[in-house]
Design a protein around this ligand. Structure first.
Ligand code: COA
Ligand code: AMP
Length: 637
């Protein structure tokens, strides 16, 4: 007999409309949809057309109306501010959100307007997102670790009416003033917002002086609570920018209806969470995991979400995660493997863990990068709970492949995120023929269209870029840009990106974007950036610079210039700290830089001399340079 996962998966393939119509019963609609799956304009598929709802109403109002008002909705736990803790019940969170939405309305924000949110991990960040959803405005959250230039690019693309921000973020023990970054971005951007709502934090209660800045707290105090505005299921809820293959980020557009349905469904079926349970996604609201699993999904489901402003280590010790889990009775934690590698490095015997009562903790979910078997084994043996690697992307908004803990618990195979989640028709295709390959053979991982609810609708104002990046390469499919394979039991393995994206501490970064910054240095003639393996962060960027003829500066000076430049233009999150100056870059005869070969040399992997290489001698110089930087010792096969 089929288990519950097999049955659900089969039905989601055979009868997607029936499957998702059932799931949609978990959401309150102000108008029922006319069509569950609207396939009238492929490849732009839409879910629940004709339906209307409000996402904030589904996250807050309906739970209060149903008697859940006193239950904790959001717990804020902040070791970086000396241990601040605050719990918002559903009722208090609703009141805050309604008033903050009122303050936005007073600034003229209406349905369809964009609002950029540039915030640290404080409850006001979630309140800002929900306030936009309440008004039917489209939020675009920008991660605090991005510099002014990245913020400016997003401001120019999204054209926000208002920006919501705070006076500072806090990184471990450093207070990072946000206003200079924000003002810098607004100065750089062509588009100017009408106003900036600034939340004054006690850690930096500096004056908010610039003319366009409005004090958040007093604006909210003066505001009338705003009611929910019903929007179409297909109207955008948010734009989230993610790294593309150039410095120009892609604005992933998520709808309201499909998003609410899929995320609500995922809470029980994937995460085995019931309303009232405590769920903690240790990520940041600036990433998709933060959108989906710090803010929207737990609240849509009536669970309690934890918002943690700290790091797995150093705030103040590697016991931080266990402290939060035990204090708040967390049932499931979702984070990136890099966080566990950081804890394992500082506390290899998990001595901190033994100090806490983790009896209510039942599951660990990891994503953002492949969970390496060592980390999986360490977490599993020390925590004594299932450790679930699951695979997803900003574009998809929820897991494409996972072990669905609420449906059927498959045996875990280290290195695999188990099987496609219901709704996802995942195929491994041959790059040339576009035909599915056999189990055990690596190919391009693609999703057969239509994708399930909550996957991206398009890129903001860039339908053609959406088609070119995701749909045209494999007609009839969405290209994930990940390569991997199935095994003969239907488990999937995600092995590598097929583009220039690297994954640094669970953060997705474009080496192409970094190369654009390096190339802008006046002394640099040519450059390349690759991702080299790093025990803690998974990968780190590494740059190669060829200087212009006649440059007299010491190579080290140019290297430190470009390191500074990447930090200024992209931000500290890029973690770009290493580069070497070389005479030439290895290329094919047609001029393509051999980044893959350089990466293999750096990681000490076996590599073959590319048949099309222009001048093999260059690789000797690259090898020496990498060894000088502590990488390499490659062998040639
Ligand atoms: N605002 C400003 N700066 C930020 C920032 C923010 N929100 N987030 C990170 N930075 C800075 C850091 O201070 C650091 O700067 P530095 O070079 O001056 O030290 C740099 O960006 C890199 O940050 P990070 O990648 O977080 O590295 P780290 O060494 O500080 O911490 C980990 C490493 C593994 C502990 C940390 O990355 C982590 O906890 N990761 C969890 C994974 C995660 O959240 N993934 C998201 C997807 S699930
Ligand atoms: P992001 O859009 O930031 O979520 O990054 C998505 C990319 O991260 C994917 O395309 C993968 O390359 C990688 N990724 C995320 N989760 C996993 C996982 N569980 N296993 C392997 N790679 C992953």
């Amino acid at each position: 007999m089929a288990n519950a996962y097999d049955a659900a998966y089969r039905r989601s393939m055979d009868d997607p409309s029936g499957f998702w119509a059932d799931a949609a019963a978990g959401i309150d609609w102000t108008r029922k949809w006319d069509k569950v799956l609207d396939d009238t304009n492929p490849p732009f598929y839409r879910w629940f057309t004709g339906g209307e709802l409000n996402t904030c109403f589904n996250c807050l109002d309906r739970h209060v109306a149903a008697g859940r008002g006193a239950q904790a909705a959001l717990i804020y736990h902040s070791p970086v501010t000396g241990g601040s803790k605050r719990t918002y019940s559903y009722k208090t969170l609703l009141d805050e959100v309604a008033k903050t939405a009122g303050a936005l309305k007073a600034e003229g924000v209406q349905k369809g307007d964009r609002v950029v949110i540039y915030m640290p991990m404080i409850p006001e960040a979630a309140i800002a997102m929900l306030s936009c959803a309440r008004l039917g405005a489209i939020h675009s959250v920008v991660f605090g670790g991005f510099a002014s230039n990245e913020l400016a690019v997003r401001i120019d693309d999204a054209k926000p009416k208002v920006i919501m921000s705070a006076t500072c973020g806090i990184e471990v023990n450093r207070v990072l003033p946000y206003i200079p970054l924000l003002d810098g971005a607004i100065n750089m951007a062509k588009h100017k917002p009408d106003a900036c709502l600034i939340f004054k934090r006690p850690e930096l209660d500096g004056q908010v002086t610039a003319t366009k800045h409005v004090d958040w707290t007093s604006a909210v105090a003066k505001a009338q609570p705003a009611e929910c505005v019903a929007v179409k299921a297909t109207d955008p809820l948010y734009i989230l920018y993610t790294s593309g293959t150039t410095g120009e980020p892609k604005g992933v557009v998520r709808d309201n209806g499909g998003h609410a349905v899929a995320l609500k469904w995922s809470m029980k079926n994937i995460y085995d969470i019931d309303p009232g349970d405590v769920f903690w996604a240790a990520s940041d609201v600036g990433w998709v995991v933060g959108h989906s699993y710090i803010v929207y999904a737990p609240l849509l489901h009536g669970a309690t979400t934890v918002m943690f402003e700290g790091k797995p280590v150093g705030t103040p010790d590697p016991g931080a995660f266990w402290r939060v889990i035990s204090e708040h009775g967390v049932k499931a934690l979702f984070t990136a493997p890099t966080a566990f590698r950081a804890i394992k490095k500082e506390d290899p015997n998990a001595t901190q863990l033994k100090k806490y009562d983790l009896s209510r903790f039942k599951m660990l979910f990891l994503a953002g990068e492949r969970t390496d078997p060592d980390t999986l084994e360490w977490a599993q043996s020390n925590l004594g709970v299932p450790v679930v690697d699951h695979w997803w992307q900003t574009e998809t908004g929820w897991a494409i492949a996972t072990n669905c803990m609420g449906l059927h618990r498959f045996p875990i195979k280290p290195g695999s995120p188990t099987k496609p989640a219901p709704g996802w028709n995942v195929q491994v295709l041959d790059e040339e023929t576009h035909q599915p390959v056999k189990a055990g053979t690596i190919g391009a991982i693609c999703v057969k269209l239509p994708m399930p609810p909550s996957s991206l609708q398009t890129l903001w104002n860039a339908d053609q870029r959406y088609l070119d990046a995701y749909i045209n390469p494999f007609p009839g499919y969405y290209k994930t840009a990940d390569a991997g394979m199935y095994d003969d039991e239907g488990y999937i393995y995600i092995m590598a990106r097929t583009d220039d994206i690297i994954n640094v501490a669970g953060h997705r970064l474009s080496t192409g974007g970094m190369e654009e910054v390096l190339a802008s240095h006046p002394d640099v003639a040519e450059c390349a950036v690759i991702g080299v393996a790093d025990l803690m962060k998974g990968q780190l960027p590494f740059g190669f610079l060829v200087l212009k003829d006649g440059v007299k500066k010491e190579p080290d000076v140019v290297v430190s210039d470009v390191v500074k430049l990447v930090r200024e233009r992209i931000g500290p999150v890029a973690a770009f700290k290493q580069a070497v100056v070389v005479k030439r870059l290895p290329k094919t005869r047609s001029g393509k830089i051999l980044r893959g070969t350089m990466q293999k040399i750096a990681d000490n992997e076996a590599w073959k001399m590319p048949a099309t290489i222009d001048d093999p001698v260059i690789l000797d110089e690259i090898t020496v340079a990498l060894e000088g930087a502590g990488y390499g010792k490659s062998r040639q096969t």
